[in-house]
Design a protein around this ligand. Sequence first.
Ligand code: ZN
Length: 148
Amino acid sequence: MQLSNMYQEVILDHYKTPRGKGLQSPFGGEAHHVNPTCGDEITVRVLLSDDGKFIKKISYDSTGCSISQASASIMFEQVDGKSLDDFNKSSDEFLAMMQSKGNFEPNEDLLGDGISMIGVAQYPARIKCALLSWMAAKDAIIRANGDK
Ligand code: ZN
């Protein structure tokens, strides 16, 4: 994969020093997602606020390739402690970027270090790696909301 050097460094940094890795309790919803084509796996736990509008705590544990691991770390950094509205905006922006084939002006406010993944959008085989943590988080939130 040919990613720009600057972005590659950001991805490698998250891969080598993952933010927020390690499952935490208590939690309201949990989801386990697998990307069989690459062998990536992630479990995401979410604890919502009492009114269901904020992510009080998100935590995860994951194994797999550098893209999937870095993406989970970036996702954590971007959404932990945020409102569900903010989560949905960031998640939608990330999905749109991944489906853009790299032809996209990413919103850094919504994506944070996630903008470093834009080059990955040119590699269809790796898009699922980048999306895995976001999809698992979305599922965990749905399950946490189902408890309300
Ligand atoms: Zn992967």
